[in-house]
Design a protein around this ligand. Sequence first.
Ligand SMILES: Nc1ncnc2c1ncn2[C@@H]1O[C@H](COP(=O)(O)OP(=O)(O)OP(=O)(O)O)[C@@H](O)[C@H]1O
Length: 510
Amino acid sequence: MASVPETVQVAVRIRPLSEQEQARGCQSVVSQPSPDGPRLVARGSEEFTFSEVFGPAASQTEVYERSVRSLVLKLFEGYNVCILAYGQTGSGKTYTIGTSFDGQLTADSGILPRALLDIFKVVNGAATLEPSEENGTSYRVICSFMEIYQENVYDLFSHRNRYERLVGIRESSCGIIVPGLTEVPVSSAEETFRWLVRGASCRAMAPTSMNKESNRSHTIFTVMVRKRHRTDEDEKVTIAKLHFVDLAGSERTKKSHASGDRLRETIQINKALLALGNVISTLASIGAAPSSKSARTTFVSYRDSKLTRLLQSSLGGNSITLMLACVSPANYNLEETLSTLRYADRALSIRNKPTKITSASSSSGTELERLSLTISQLRNENEKLRRRIATELKAFQDQGGNGGTLQSRNMKQLIAQNRTLHGQLQSTVEASTRNELRASIAENALGRMEPLLLIDPQEPQPFGEESQAVEELRSRCSEVLLRYRNEVEALRKRPTVSEKVAPLKYLNSI
Ligand SMILES: Nc1ncnc2c1ncn2[C@@H]1O[C@H](COP(=O)(O)OP(=O)(O)OP(=O)(O)O)[C@@H](O)[C@H]1O
C-alpha cells in the first residue's frame, strides 16, 4: 500500500499564454529546467522546487494521473483528502479543478469529473482496490457543494432562492459542521455530474479585466464515501471526505481598476486569502521546527475567516492535502506569479497528520453517519464478547462443568457481567440514537433559521410600524434560536456511548 504524505503536497501549473496576452506581446517569464522535473525558474533566476511542476503543454489527463488519482483512491482507505486550487485571477484554477464542467467529458475536463469517474468505478464494482475485500463491501456516496461569497456561506444544492441558501457554520465536538447544508446521496458519476453542473450554475461570477468568467467566490465540492466491509467475524465502517476547493483569484485592485460591487468583492476575496496566507505561514513555521517550544505554543488563527475555519482539518489537520498553485507565465503578471510561488513554497512545509477515519468520534460524516459508525463499533465489540464467552463456556463444559472450582466462579461472574453489559449496551445505543437524532434535528432547524435573521443589504428595508413588527419577529426568532442552541449544547454534553460502555474495556482485559 502506497505511503501517506505527511506534508502538504504542492503542484504548480503554468498555463499557456492567453490570446489576450499574446496579442499584447507578453513574454513568458516562467520556465522549467527539465520538462518533467519538480523545479521551476521565474524571472530567469529565482528558483523553486515543488512536489510536481506542470508546464503550459501539460494536459488535464497528465495533471490528474500524476498528482491526483492516487490521492482520490486514498478515500477508500478511510483518509480525508483535500485538493485546493490557489492562484491569481485568470490563472487556471477553475479550469484545473473542473468546477465549470458542462456535463460532457472531453480532454479539457478538469480533475473533479475525472475523480468522480474513478470513485464510481470502485463503488460500482468496475474496479477493485483490494480483491480480498470484494465480497461483503458496500458503499454509500454523498455529495455537497457550498460557496463562500463575501464571508457568507451559500448552499449551492439548495432549491431555495439565493438569499435562503445561506447556511451557518458551527464548531461542534467533532469539528466544524455546516448545519442545514444539502447532502445528496448519489449512485453514479453521471448523476453527480448533473448536480455539479446545477450547483456551479448558481455560483457568483462576473467578468473582470483578467478573466471574462471570473469566479467571485470560493467553492468547496465535497464527496463523502462511506465504506462498510462485513466479514463473518466483524464489520468495519470507514467514512472519508474528498474536498475540491476552487478559491477565488487574488487580484491587485490597482491593476484590475475594479469599482463598486467588483471592488467590494475583490476586497473580501483578498481579505480571506490573506487570512489563509497567515494560517499557511504560521503552520509552515510550526512544520519547520515541530518540536520547538514556540511550535507547541503558537496560535493558528483559523477563526479569522470562514474559509480558514472550513479548511481547518485540511491545513495542519488530519487530511491528505494537495495545493494546486496556478500561475500565468506572462511578464505582465510576474509580480502575482512570484507571490503565488512564494505562498505555495511556504505551504510545502505544512505538516498534517493524515488519519484513517474508522471511529465514531471522527469529524467526518453527518450526525447519522457518525451514529451508524458507533452502532457498528458496538456491534463488533458485542460480537467479540459473545464469541469469547462461548469459547470459555465450551472449555468449562468440556472440563465437566465443575461449579466448585475457581475457574467456574470466574466463568459465572463473566457470564453475569456480560449479561449486565449487554443490557447496558442496548440502552446506551438507544439513548445515544435519541440524543444524536434530537441534536441533528435541532441543528438543522437552527441552520435554516439563522439566515432568516440576517439582514439582506440588497432588499429594501421596512420602516415605521412595519419595521417595529419585523424587529419583534426577529427578537422572538432570536429567543427560539438561543433555546435551540442551548438544547444542542446540552445534548452534546451528555455522556457519549464510549464513555458509558467503558466497563467493556475492563472485561476485555480480564
Ligand atoms: N492549462 C490551461 N490550458 C488551456 N487553457 C487554460 C489553462 N488554464 C486556464 N486556461 C484558460 O484560461 C482562462 C482562465 O482560466 P480560469 O477561469 O480557470 O481561471 P481562474 O484562475 O479560475 O480565474 P478566477 O479566479 O478569475 O475565477 C479560461 O478561459 C481557461 O479555459
